[in-house]
Design a protein around this ligand. Structure first.
Ligand SMILES: [Fe+2]
Ligand SMILES: [Fe+2]
Length: 275
């Protein structure tokens, strides 16, 4: 790399020579953030990746090295706003999470699913469930996403909406020919043709099928968009009316209303907090 290129690097990049070899060799530069050019606080910040994200990967072996790095006087662990993320307003709404936290692909997936549900003339409860069904994947955790997602939204939506979000996790693996739902082709790509859901998922799906709200959750799986169309752009604003009628936005903001799930929303506001 030429000298001139080197000097143009933004201060937010970690220069390779500034990292100890142990971290550099392990590819851990991602977890060390240099202060932005205009930052008042000139300390570098270490992001300790969550256990759930790195367990079973080589990255889990470097906690010690990251802890040691944080002991330097000019270095602290990331706490509070990560300058790499947009700042959230003091009283965040569902719209703020869609716009300022969720990735484009996750946001588009949720909006496309809700759009299809609306085009199919379905009840607003189903549209709302489709809009939220993978919210945990969008902002928190992928494994067990139906359960995490249902818990996150339960205080703010109709019980049937939360239930259908939870149960879509199990139901999506099992066809229901009577309503035209077949096993998603995408899952053959994702999990291989030999994948078989574990017993607890089978039991969950079996029980859900007997429930009076079965069809609400089944409709979530039917309107779930398994293939992403990058050319379809759906604006969150198109669903403000549905959200207004079906999501009880807390006055204090999501994350600050003292609800049993407020910590989940705070985790999405400050996802890189060490503790
Ligand atoms: Fe899902
Ligand atoms: Fe989905």
């Amino acid at each position: 790399m030429s000298e001139s290129t080197e000097t143009r690097r933004p201060a937010s990049r970690v220069l390779p020579h500034e990292l100890p070899a142990s971290l550099r060799d392990a590819g851990l530069a991602n977890w060390v953030r240099e202060p932005l050019d205009d930052a008042v606080d000139r300390r570098r910040r270490i992001i300790m990746p969550s256990a759930a994200a790195v367990m079973g990967t080589p990255a889990s072996g470097y906690q010690g090295a990251l802890l040691a790095e944080a002991r330097h006087p000019d270095t602290v662990f990331m706490m509070g706003d990560n300058p790499a993320l947009p700042v959230m307003p003091p009283r965040p709404t569902l719209a703020d999470f869609f716009r300022l936290r969720f990735s484009k692909i996750a946001r588009t997936h949720l909006l496309q699913s809700a759009r299809v549900a609306r085009e199919n003339g379905l009840d607003e409860k189903v549209i709302m469930a489709c809009l939220l069904h993978d919210i945990a994947i969008a902002g928190l955790l992928s494994a067990n996403h139906g359960y995490w997602g249902a818990q996150m939204v339960a205080p703010y939506v109709d019980e049937e909406v939360a239930w259908s979000i939870e149960k879509h996790e199990a139901l999506r693996y099992f066809p229901d020919e009577s309503v035209g739902y077949t096993y998603p082709k995408a899952y053959i790509d994702y999990f291989g043709p030999d994948y078989s859901p574990p017993e607890y998922i089978r039991q969950e799906a079996k029980a859900a099928r007997q429930h009076r709200w079965y069809m609400t959750s089944r409709l979530v799986t039917i309107n779930d968009i398994y293939s992403f169309d990058p050319n379809v752009v759906v604006d969150y604003d198109d669903f403000e009316d549905v959200v207004g009628r079906n999501f009880r936005q807390p006055r204090e903001g999501l994350g600050f209303d003292g609800s049993p799930v407020a910590h989940m929303w705070r985790t999405m506001i400050w996802p890189n907090n060490f503790l």
